[in-house]
Design a protein around this ligand. Structure first.
Ligand code: ADP
Length: 451
């Protein structure tokens, strides 16, 4: 029901807009008509009747304009009837034009057909039928004109006919039959095309609506899933920390003697619990980032100092693999950011660089001040690299390409990192060549003036 209401409102708005454009077009024609009348008067052929036509159009168009401005709310049939009335007045104006430009000989009778086309394609399916209304009134006005002129009810303009009244009658009869049949043939063709077009439009609108509904459903499911992941991770964290504490108590011998074998086993259990806790934390973070509920505590920070801290923190790990770590950044580059989160990004990238490098490799961390454009940071390595096939998927959740046992990870680090950078208004991307190494780059706005 609400959908139907919405559709009708859209339809009314559409017809109203076309009604307005018709008013503007008529004004333009009135101006053109006036120019022609004035031009004609210079040539000495001012005919009051031309001016009368222009005034006639101006007056009823002005009335249309007044109604348009005064009436704010239209019903669907209200606006269709109103528009039809003014279209019929247009047909009357065309008949007037034909009358003053040569009657039977007037070249303007095709304007009736133009009106039929405009009414057929200018409206929606509700009023495709309007082409027949226009065809009907065209026929009535045109034949009325022929009749009135023949009976000398109205004076004749244009070429004087040298036909006998019998010949004139035959000519009028032929013309009347020909034009009326043309009107209705033409109207039928336009009606058919208009219906066809509307049918396609309706089908498209229906499909569009279904797609939008499916999208909404998907969004709901996605929200539910995020909520579930977030709740589950939250609930699992507490029992997990209790288990961890208990294992620590046993391992440290506080509850009685343990053998070294038992201690080894408990140690492995503990590190697996740590890993599980890390994964749970990452899951919580990713759901916060995706729902944009991760709170950033932005402050002016020296990003060089943050990068330095990350390098210092991971240096022992790098040295244990005999990796050389080179840094390229100035002393002080201030940005407005959440220092903890940016530190996390550097740590994630550096951890990966170490994890996915072979012994004796080379890691480089750099920051470049881009002035107005912000800062660009990178972490590169000479490690195993990523294939061109895998590269576009690298920032997706749970994506892992290196399945080596010692490189166990949840495949969330990069999506969290990119999420953090994007929440700061920046962007992150990677370039890599399989077997040669990778470079992860991110750019951040400096903040303050951009916020
Ligand atoms: P993970 O915890 O598995 O490291 P990430 O999201 O950090 O999760 O990384 C996703 C995947 O991207 C990794 O499993 C690995 O296949 C690939 N990857 C990330 N960083 C690098 C890198 N520096 N060199 C090669 N591959 C990488």
């Amino acid at each position: 029901m609400a959908d139907q209401d919405f559709d009708q409102q859209a339809l009314i708005a559409d017809i109203k807009e076309k009604f307005y454009w018709a008013i503007m077009v008529r004004y333009a024609l009135v101006v053109l008509g006036l120019v022609l009348v004035v031009f004609g008067s210079f040539l000495g052929s001012l005919q009051n009747i031309n001016l009368l036509l222009v005034l006639f159009v101006l007056v009823y168009n002005f009335v249309a304009h007044l109604i348009y401005v005064a009436k704010v709310k239209f019903s669907l049939w209200g606006i269709i009837v109103l528009r039809s009335v003014f279209q019929i007045l247009d047909v009357l104006a065309i008949t007037f034009l034909i009358y003053i430009t040569g009657w039977l000989e007037s070249p303007y009778w095709f304007l009736y057909l133009v009106m039929i086309i405009i009414s057929g394609f200018g409206m929606y399916s509700y009023s495709s039928i309007s082409v027949f209304v226009i065809a009907f009134f065209s026929a009535v006005f045109y034949m009325g004109l022929l009749g009135c002129a023949y009976l000398r009810i109205i004076p004749m303009y244009g070429p004087n006919f040298t036909l006998t009244s019998q010949q004139l009658l035959i000519s009028i009869y032929n013309k009347a039959i020909f034009t009326t049949v043309s009107f209705f043939l033409f109207a039928t063709t336009i009606y058919y095309f208009s219906k066809l077009l509307n049918q396609n439009r309706e089908q498209l609108a229906e499909k569009n609506k279904n797609l939008l509904a499916a999208l909404e459903e998907l969004k709901d499911t996605d929200r539910l899933k995020d909520e579930f992941v977030s709740n589950a991770s939250h609930e699992l964290r507490t029992p997990l920390s209790v288990i961890r504490e208990n294992i620590a108590l046993i391992k440290d011998g506080l509850l009685g003697q343990t053998t070294s074998e038992q201690r080894d086993l408990l140690q492995t259990t503990q590190s697996n619990i740590d890993r599980l806790a890390n994964i749970l934390n990452s899951l919580l973070d990713i759901s916060k980032i995706e729902s944009r509920s991760l709170e950033l505590r932005r402050q002016p920070v020296n990003i060089s100092e943050i990068a330095h801290r990350a390098v210092e923190f991971l240096l022992p790990k790098a040295y244990s693999k005999n990796l050389e770590v080179e840094t390229h950044f100035g002393e002080k580059i201030m940005i407005l950011a959440d220092a903890d989160q940016i530190l996390r990004v550097f740590i994630n990238l550096l951890t990966n660089a170490i994890k996915y490098s072979n012994e004796n490799g080379h890691i480089m961390v750099g920051i470049e001040d881009l002035g107005e454009k912000g800062v660009e940071c990178f972490v590169s390595d000479t490690g195993i690299g990523i294939s061109q096939n895998d590269l576009p998927k690298i920032f997706e959740r749970f994506v892992r390409f290196d399945k080596q046992k010692e490189n166990k990870g949840a495949g969330l680090g990069l999506s969290i990192s990119r999420g953090i950078i994007e929440m700061h208004g920046g962007k992150m991307w990677a370039v890599s060549k399989l077997g040669e190494g990778s470079r992860f780059i991110f750019r951040l706005p400096k903040g303050a003036e951009n916020e």
